[in-house]
Design a protein around this ligand. Structure first.
Ligand code: PGA
Length: 252
């Protein structure tokens, strides 16, 4: 069976109204090159661009997500600076990134992450839930324990619908550094995560992605890890040329 491979563009704090051109180029390429069937492309631009991009890009070939939601569990109200799940849905997002390590570094703990996940599920936003250990945790050999803790403190055993949840494993030491874990390292992580999800959450095949310095050069190697269902891509997703090439190289 051919499984769907996710290519999620995390634009972080980058992009402007002209960046729609990059997405249009991606769209036009895949409209013309229909051999790439088993893929799902999701762009997560900054929220200020979501609506205008969604209005211009109506194709089923490309979906959109936000990079954060408010933890306040109401649709509207006197909450300066907040964007509710409902507002993000209205602006064209079907997905939302939650728990990214860069956001955690600024102001997000796992209690907040759990609240945001539950609000997103309630509002039918699909979640791209990020987990990952830092370098010192890796060096101490505690990566798996760290990941399990992050998962347990974020995902309510009884509430999570795994059809609406994508797990992105992003080792913090790999994000934006050009350093990518070996396939051996990753293989072990994903096999253990799969086992853990089965034991704790009774889910057989959670959707698990890899993120951290994915490029046109390393995607084919990373793609050899059977338990990976795709990639969360930062820097290399900003330009259509490299984003398209990542997808082409994966399927080569
Ligand atoms: P990177 O970012 O591809 O630039 O390393 C990935 C991410 O942070 O999601």
């Amino acid at each position: 069976m051919n499984k769907t491979i996710y290519f999620i563009a995390n634009w972080k704090m980058n992009g402007n109204h002209n960046s729609i051109n990059e997405i249009e180029r991606v769209l036009n390429f895949f409209k013309k090159n229909t051999i790439y069937k088993f893929k799902k492309i999701i762009f997560c631009p900054p929220s200020n661009l979501l609506t205008s991009f969604r209005i211009k890009i109506k194709s089923k070939l490309i979906d959109f997500g936000a990079q954060d939601i408010s933890k306040i569990n109401v649709n509207n109200g006197p909450y300066t600076g907040q964007l509710s799940a409902k507002m993000l849905k209205d602006s064209g997002a079907n997905y939302v990134i939650i728990g990214h390590s860069e956001k955690r570094l600024i102001d997000e703990d796992f209690k907040t992450i759990k609240e945001k996940i539950n609000i997103s599920l309630k509002n039918k936003l699909k979640i791209i839930f990020c987990i990952g250990e830092n370098l010192s945790q890796k060096n101490k050999g505690s990566s798996l324990n760290v990941l399990k803790k992050q998962i347990l403190s974020s995902l309510d055993v009884n509430k999570i619908n795994f059809n609406n949840l994508i797990i992105a494993y992003e080792p913090i030491w790999s994000i934006g550094t050009g350093i990518v874990p070996t396939n051996n390292y990753l293989d072990k992580i994903y096999r253990n995560l799969k086992k853990f999800f089965k034991e704790k959450y009774k889910v057989n095949s959670p959707i698990m992605l890899y993120g951290g310095s994915v490029t046109t050069d390393n995607v084919a190697t990373l793609g050899k890890i059977g338990l990976i269902s795709g990639f969360l891509i930062g820097g290399a997703s900003l330009k259509s040329t490299s984003f398209i090439k990542i997808i082409k190289n994966y399927f080569k």
